[in-house]
Design a protein around this ligand. Structure first.
Ligand code: TXA
Ligand code: MG
Length: 349
C-alpha cells in the first residue's frame, strides 16, 4: 500500500480520505503541523495510541498532546474551563500553543499517563487541520522523532528514523516554526509556562496581566522532585555526538571562545552557528552548519533541529552550538539547546 504522500503544494482530497481512514482504523501516521511534525493516532483509541509509544520508544509516563480541529471541540475532551483558561483559548488557539486542562473521562489513561489533566492544541497548519477534521476524532500526537532525539521538522530527517514504524507519512514541506508549541497550565489563576515556544511569556502577560515561568525550564530537576510536566525530566533533543553550547553577549568574545573550544578539540568539531561567523572561524561546509543570519531568531528556530541531525552525521568529537540571547523566541531556543548539550553550557554576559 502507498505510504508516502506529498501534499507540499496541495492537499489531495482522495489521498486525504485514505489517510483519515487509517486514523479511524487505529493506525498511526506522520503529519505536519506549523511547529514540528507529529506522529498521530485516534486519541480515543487506547490501542492505537499505544502504537505511538512503541514507535518512539517513549516512556509511558510522558503524556501526549490531543490535537483538535477547532475550539468547539474542546468541551468534548476537557471540563471545568476557568475564565483565565478561556481567555488563553480565545487569544492563542488555533496556533503554536498547548493548554493543559482538566480532562474528561472519554480520554483514555494512556494519553494522559493517568493524570487528571489533558494537553490540548489546535494546529493552524492546513494539512493538520484537514486530517483532524476529516478523521472526525481528536488526534493524540507527540513530535515525530525517536524519544530523546531532536524533533522532526523535515520529512527526509523523519523518514530515516521512523519509516517502517507508521502506516503513512504525509509530507507538507519544512515546518514553519521549527520548535514545538508553548505549553501552559493555569495554576491558581496564573498561566504557568511549562515549555517555552513561539508564543512568549510576554504575549501571555499582555493578555492575562500575569504569567509565571516554571522554574525547571532551564534547570534540571532534583531526583525526587515531581515535574509539573512529565516531559521535563527526560533527556531531550540530543544527537549521538556530545554537544557544547556557547553564548557570549559580546560578539568579539563569542568568536574568541568559539575559536578556543574548536582548538581544544583539535579542530575535530562541527559548529552550528550564524552565517556571518563561518569565515571568521575559518571553517568549511563540512565543519560549519548555518542556522541563518545573525539575530534572526525565526530562522534559527526553523533550522536548529535539522542542523543538529546534519552535524551528528559528521561524527566529530564535539558539536559546538552558538547560543542566542534569552528573550522572546530566543528563550524557547535556549530551553531546547541547554537540554541538547546536557548542561555543557559556556556563558559570558
Ligand atoms: O508543537 C507541538 O507541541 C508538537 C506538535 C506535534 O503538536 N507536539 C509535541 O508533543 O511537542 P511532545 O509529546 O513531544 O511534547 C508534549 C509535552 C511533553 O513535554 C509532555 O510532558 C507535556 O507536553 N504534556 C502533555 N500532557 C501533559 C499534561 N497533562 N500535563 C503536563 N504536561 C503535559
Ligand atoms: Mg517531543
Amino acid at each position: 500500500m502507498k505510504m508516502y504522500y506529498n501534499w507540499e503544494k496541495m492537499t489531495n482530497t482522495e489521498e486525504l480520505r485514505v489517510v483519515c481512514n487509517l486514523i479511524r482504523n487505529g493506525e498511526i501516521i506522520i503529519f505536519p503541523t506549523e511547529t514540528v511534525y507529529g506522529i498521530g493516532a485516534n486519541a480515543l483509541d487506547a490501542n492505537a495510541v499505544g502504537k505511538i509509544f512503541a514507535a518512539k520508544g517513549r516512556p509511558s509516563d510522558n503524556p501526549l498532546i490531543v490535537h483538535l480541529a477547532d475550539r468547539n471541540k474542546i468541551q468534548e475532551v476537557a471540563q471545568d474551563i476557568t475564565e483565565v483558561e478561556q481567555e488563553l483559548i480565545d487569544n492563542f488557539m488555533p496556533g503554536p500553543f498547548t493548554l493543559i486542562l482538566k480532562r474528561k473521562p472519554i480520554i483514555p489513561d494512556i494519553v494522559t499517563a493517568g493524570l487528571d489533566t489533558v494537553a490540548i492544541r489546535i494546529p493552524e497548519n492546513i494539512i493538520a487541520k484537514g486530517i483532524i477534521t476529516y478523521s472526525g476524532v481528536p488526534i493524540a500526537a507527540p513530535s515525530a522523532n525517536i524519544s530523546g532525539k531532536p524533533s522532526g521538522t523535515k520529512i527526509e530527517d523523519i523518514r530515516k528514523e521512523l519509516e517502517g514504524k507508521v502506516s503513512a507519512i504525509v509530507d507538507g514541506g519544512e515546518t514553519k516554526i521549527g520548535i514545538e508549541s508553548t505549553v501552559v497550565k493555569v495554576i491558581d489563576e496564573v498561566p504557568v509556562v511549562l515549555r517555552p515556544g513561539k508564543i512568549t511569556p510576554e504575549q501571555i502577560d499582555a493578555v492575562i496581566g500575569r504569567v509565571r515561568i516554571d522554574k525547571n525550564i532551564l534547570g534540571t530537576l532534583n531526583k525526587d522532585e515531581v515535574a509539573e510536566s512529565p516531559g521535563m525530566k527526560y533527556k531531550h533533543y540530543a544527537p549521538e555526538t556530545s554537544c557544547k553550547l556557547v553564548y557570549c553577549k559580546d560578539e568579539l568574545d563569542q568568536i574568541f571562545y568559539l575559536k578556543k573550544f574548536i582548538k581544544q578539540y583539535d579542530g575535530d568539531v562541527v559548529v552550528i552557528g550564524v552565517e556571518e561567523h563561518k569565515e571568521k572561524l575559518f571553517l568549511d561546509d563540512q565543519r560549519f552548519i548555518s542556522v541563518g543570519k545573525k539575530d534572526n531568531l525565526e530562522d534559527y528556530a526553523r533550522n536548529i533541529f535539522s542542523a543538529l541531525r546534519k552535524a551528528d552525521q559528521i561524527k566529530s568529537s564535539k558539536i559546538i552550538i552558538e547560543g542566542v540571547k534569552m528573550e522572546g523566541l530566543g528563550y524557547a531556543i535556549m530551553n531546547r539547546l541547554i537540554r541538547t548539550c546536557e548542561h555543557d553550557f559556556f556563558e559570558k554576559q
